[in-house]
Each structure stands twice: as C-alpha cells, then as structure tokens.
Design a protein around this ligand. Structure first.
Ligand SMILES: *Cc1c(COP(=O)(O)O)cnc(C)c1O
Length: 388
C-alpha cells in the first residue's frame, strides 16, 4: 500500500529548533518573552499594519476582535457562510446572532450583492450588524473594494478572517490588513504553523493593547492580582512564537510551493471535461493554501464526494469544500442571504467542490499519484493521460 498523502501537513524549515533551544536556554518557556514580541512585529509588518498580538489560536483572535467591538447578546454579526466553523463560533460565544452571507462565483468569497441586500434590509429594520466577518477562502482574497465600500456606507466595522490567506495579496496589498481587525491562524494545517496559534492585527494600536490586556486575564496594573473586567487566557507561549519566527522566514517559499502544486494540478487536470479550478480574481494573488476544483457531474459521470471517496480508498486525503455554515445543524434557522434569488453559490460549491492534497512538502511523485488517481476516478483511459 502506498504511504498516506495528507491534505495539508505541517512543513518545518529545520530552523525552528534553534529558536526553541534559545527559549529553553534563557528559560523563556512561560507565556510572553522576546520570541512573542518579535513574531508580533514580523506579522504586523507582513500585513502592513501598526500592531499585532499573538494568541493561542485564530479562533481566539476572532473572539477578541468581537469582544473589542463590544458585540454582545442580541447584536447581529454578518459572516461568510462558506468557511470553517471557527469563523462564526465566536459570534455565539458573545451571545450574538450570526447572519450568513453567500459567496459569489469569481472568488468563492462573500458576495457583495448579497451583503448589500442584507445591509439594506437591516437598515430598514433599524438593526444594522455590529460587524462583518469576511473570509479569504483557501487563500483567495474576497472582493475587498466592494465589501469595504458597503461596510463604510453603513459604518459597520470589518473583521478580515485571513486564517487561510497569509502571504496573499489583493491589488498589491497584503491579506489581513483590510479591516478594522485582521486575524491569522498558525494551526498545524495552515500555510505556516506554530503547532497551534493565531494573531490579531490592526492599525489601531490602542485596540491591540486592549486585546493584549483581555488575552492575559484582564489583569489590572496593581501590585497584587486585581481584576475589574472579565478576561481570557489566550496568549501564545514564547516557545511556540519561536516556531513562528522560523516559519516566517520561509513563508514566501511555502506560498511559491503551494502555487506550483496548484499549477501542476491545473495543467494536468484542467482540461478534463467537467473539471474547473477555483479562479484567481484579477489583481489578486492567492497563496493557494488548498487547490480546489469543482466537478460537473453531468460531464464527469461522478460526483465530488465519489472522487473524495475514491482518493481515500487509495490512501489520499482529499476533502469536499467546506460545508456552508447556513447548512450546518448548529446554525439551523439562522438568517441567510444568497447571491441571488436563483443561486445559492455556497451550496453549489459544497455539492461540487473538492480540495486536493496541497502541502508545501508534497513531493512530485505524490502529486503524480493524486493526479493519476483523480483521472482513474474520472474513468478515463489512464494510459492516455498520465505523465510518468
Ligand atoms: C483555521 C481557520 C480558523 C481558526 O483558526 P484556529 O487557529 O484553528 O483557531 C478560522 N477561520 C478560518 C477560515 C480557518 O480556516
């Protein structure tokens, strides 16, 4: 049996242990320390913003953003539907109400048309959302100009969930720096990882200072442990931040490797009947965290989930595109605005989309195995297509 091919496994540079050793040598094992400060500085610079706070997950970063925006019970928060559940769970932590917004076909991200309709209705009811959470799916930036314009019109702050899009750009500007807040994730399956971790970034230095305070149990400036407000234990440890610094050194290489894998898949599978790859919007650069494609079953005779199963039987981990949040049992009955009356783009992408193994350490012969297996699943004459 061939060895298992994973969807997006961690990819260490080898330099991580230097920073970890240094943390141990200097006994900076506890939370905070020089690695944390340095990692925060580097990520803020990368996102083109003034400040950043390192936390123990991307989810914690979203939660802090919502809490800084004073979102509480009864408030509405608009959120992309086609995303991982972590984008919306913090809305529930605050007792607020998520309203889900559909995708549009060219970015697979938040539809400006659906967002505009949701805002118009909310304005008529005199109940505007307290924030909009926009997701940059699989590394592709959403239509930021249009989305920011709508948010500005209604004076609603934007939170950019850039968990999957570190190193991507939109019109030359780095992902993560567009909203009032941006968040990154360094979970094990992301482009770069600290094993687990996240970052909250913003141009508002004061807000980041507050986030740091809330992430450290909201400890007052007193000679004893005094607390006037409720806080969280969300800080990243100095050991893990060391891994993050080493990973930042190779971010560009990791993005290049993932884009190359996408190009190979697209070249070898792109002209198979019924297969379309996730587009890249003009003037944007996606880090191609995961290579995603859609399957037109009328032309292929096989569905997306059948292809995933066939790969799985051959020890290859592929996944269907995220199941949209408006279709999740957890969010049953929540409001949803589709791209148009006729089209639920997020649902169509879930029904037809798959993500192929895309790790930056995926060897060429492993790529060949994936390509061969997809072709086999498509019931084509393998010999005619495979490049050995
Ligand atoms: C991974 C991810 C998160 C959450 O990050 P964690 O570090 O795992 O908490 C949030 N949003 C999206 C879109 C993600 O892919």
């Amino acid at each position: 049996m061939n060895s298992k091919i994973y969807l997006s496994p961690p990819h260490m540079s080898g330099q991580e242990s230097d920073f970890i050793s240094e943390a141990f040598k200097t006994n900076w094992v506890a939370p905070l320390g020089p690695n944390v400060d340095e990692f925060e500085k580097q990520v803020a610079a990368l996102a083109g913003v003034k400040a950043a706070v390192a936390v123990n997950s991307g989810t914690a970063a979203i939660h802090l953003a919502l809490s800084l925006l004073d979102i509480s019970a009864g408030d509405k928060v608009f959120c992309s539907s086609l995303t991982f559940v972590a984008s919306a769970n913090p809305i529930l932590y605050q007792g607020a109400e998520p309203v889900f917004i559909d995708s549009e076909p060219e970015t697979w991200n938040m539809s400006p048309a659906a967002l505009a309709r949701a805002m118009e209705e909310a304005a008529v009811r005199n109940k505007l959302p307290k924030a909009v959470i926009v997701v940059n799916l699989y590394g592709q930036s959403a239509r930021m100009d249009e989305i920011l314009q709508i948010c500005d019109t209604y004076e609603v702050p934007l939170i950019e969930d850039a968990a999957e899009s570190i190193g991507s750009t939109y019109k030359g500007k780095p992902s993560g720096g567009f909203g009032r807040f941006g968040i990154f994730s360094f979970n094990g399956n992301k482009i770069i990882t600290t094993s687990g971790g996240g970052m909250l970034v913003s141009d508002d230095e004061n807000a980041i200072k507050k986030a740091r305070f809330f992430a450290t149990q909201a400890r007052d400036n007193a000679p004893y442990y005094q607390h006037s407000q409720m806080g969280y234990n969300y800080r990243m440890s100095n050991v893990l931040a060391g891994i993050g610094i080493a990973q930042m050194q190779v971010l560009e290489l990791r993005v290049a490797a993932r884009r190359k894998i996408y190009s190979r898949y697209a070249k070898e599978l792109g002209n198979m009947p019924g297969i379309s790859f996730m587009p890249e919007l003009a003037q944007t650069k996606s880090n191609r965290w995961l290579t995603a494609l859609t399957v037109d079953e009328n032309l292929t005779g096989i569905s997306a989930s059948q292809i995933v199963n066939s790969l799985s039987k051959n020890n290859i981990e592929a996944r269907q595109v995220w199941k949209p949040l408006h279709l999740q049992p957890l969010f049953e009955g929540r409001a949803y605005y589709s791209h148009s009356n006729e089209e639920d783009i997020a649902k169509t992408l879930f029904d037809t989309g798959i993500c192929l193994p895309s790790g930056s350490n995926l060897a060429e012969d492993e790529q060949t195995r994936v390509i061969t297996q997809v072709k086999t699943a498509l019931q084509t004459k393998v010999a005619d297509h495979v490049v050995l």
